[in-house]
Every structure is written in structure tokens, then in C-alpha cells.
Write a protein that binds this ligand. Structure first.
Ligand code: ADE
Length: 241
């Protein structure tokens, strides 16, 4: 059993890297910024982070690096299951609170508005995520719909689309990773922990930084429960898409 964990920022991955004693190994190639951490004990774990832009000293958050990371990692490691773990904005009015962890049921986009027949629905995504009953039952999480976009803020038109999709969490990678996983017919689970409240933006950016540590630790705790299920052979991975 090989588990691939895709994470955007090192800060989000750090509790997992430490807890699982993951060791950094060679990158995919000289051009790509992704960093790869592995532990080949059973189950075999590979964690890939998107890397850092040296020019701006900023992590490569967002859909472009996430999709490249997913393709490269799937081709190199051929995982049995993929987990995308990361922080998210949450909608308080739809039940989210700081520190909550969500198991994502479906992933939309809110910033791909293409008002042409067929392209409008294509742009919005709406990909289904794997709902393995053993995992859903064992975790202490909420379930909900994710919306992905390449901005940390949310403009009124984004908010309108997210309301239409009943999104409860908003991130910058999830839908692009589910899209790639679906192309390769790999089961994918998204776990997102809330750092800030999108519908109460006056608390937004500082909240993200203040709550990054809390959210990353909460993600690690939930991932360890999933790992225990795999270690005890309590999960049968059976892709149905
Ligand atoms: N990650 C954490 N907070 C976020 C937000 N408000 N939007 C997108 N991604 C996030």
C-alpha cells in the first residue's frame, strides 16, 4: 500500500514530516521546485510539497504547482491512494469554525467563469471525492463542499458562486488535484482545516497566519487516524469513478 500526500506549503506539512519521520529525497528533476519526503515503512508514505519561489521567498501555493506536483508524483510513485491535506478558509454562516477539519465531498472552482455553452460547467468543476466509509466513520471531522481558486481573497462574484455551490471551505489547490487524480483513476481524499473565515474577512489574513499551526496540527491528528486504518488493513481501496 502506497499513500501519496500532496501539500502546498512546508508549514502545513511540518507536523506530518516530523511525526512520520519522513526524510527528504531527490526532487523530480532539476527544473521542478517540488520537494519529496518519504518513509518506506509499511504503509509506504510519500509526501510532496509544492516548493518555494526563490525570487519572492513565497511557497508555490495555487493550482498550477498543485497540478504539476500531482502529475509528477503519480507518474513517479504510482500510489494506491492520494490525500491532499491543507488549510482552507471556512464559511462561518455555513457552519465552519477556526480549526475545524473537513473531509471534502465535492470540489468546485469559483474563479473559472467561462460563459460559453458547455464551458461554463467545465469551468466550475464539481469533481466528486472518494468517500471511504471506514475513513468517514473513524475521523473526527465535518463533511462539506470545497471551492478552489487562485486567490486568497474572495471577490463578490466568487462569493456568489461559492454560495451557489454551497461551499463550506475554500482553498487554492484541491479541485486541481482531484482533476488530476480522476484522470489517472486514483482515489483521492481531501482534508482541509480552517484557518480563517471567508464570510468574516475583517479577521481574515492575520487569522490565516495565527491559525496555521493549529490547523496543521489538527490535519496531522486526523491523518494519523487514517494511517492507523491502513496499518490495520481496515480499508479496501476500490476506485469507482
Ligand atoms: N487557505 C487558508 N485560508 C484560505 C482562504 N481564505 N482562501 C483560500 N485558501 C486558503
Amino acid at each position: 500500500m502506497k499513500i501519496l500526500i500532496l501539500v502546498a506549503m512546508y508549514q502545513e506539512a511540518k507536523p506530518l514530516v516530523n511525526e512520520l519521520s519522513l526524510k527528504e529525497t531527490e526532487p523530480f528533476d532539476d527544473a521542478l521546485p517540488m520537494r519529496i519526503f518519504i518513509n518506506h515503512e509499511k504503509p509506504d508514505i510519500v509526501l510532496v510539497i509544492s516548493g518555494t519561489d526563490p525570487k519572492h521567498n513565497a511557497d508555490y501555493i495555487g493550482t498550477q504547482a498543485a497540478a504539476v506536483s500531482a502529475v509528477m508524483a503519480i507518474k513517479k510513485f504510482n500510489p494506491d491512494i492520494i490525500l491532499n491535506i491543507g488549510t482552507a478558509g471556512g464559511f462561518k454562516d455555513r457552519g465552519a469554525q477556526i480549526g475545524d477539519v473537513y473531509l471534502v465531498t465535492q470540489a468546485f472552482y469559483h474563479d473559472r467563469r467561462i460563459p460559453l455553452p458547455g464551458y461554463d460547467a467545465y469551468g466550475m468543476g464539481g469533481y466528486h471525492c472518494e468517500m471511504i466509509p471506514e475513513i468517514a466513520g473513524a475521523l473526527n471531522v465535518k463533511k462539506g463542499i470545497l471551492s478552489t481558486g487562485d486567490s486568497l481573497d474572495a471577490q463578490p462574484c466568487d462569493l456568489e458562486i461559492m454560495a451557489k455551490h454551497n461551499a463550506v471551505v475554500k482553498d487554492m489547490e484541491g479541485a486541481s488535484i482531484v482533476w488530476v487524480a480522476n484522470l489517472y483513476k486514483k482515489p483521492v481524499i481531501l482534508l482541509k482545516s480552517v484557518t480563517d473565515l471567508v464570510d468574516y474577512p475583517e479577521e481574515n489574513y492575520q487569522d490565516f497566519l495565527n491559525n496555521l499551526h493549529l490547523a496543521s496540527h489538527n490535519l496531522k491528528d486526523q491523518f494519523l487516524k487514517i494511517l492507523q486504518l491502513f496499518t490495520e488493513n481496515k480499508i479496501v481501496v476500490n476506485k469507482t469513478i
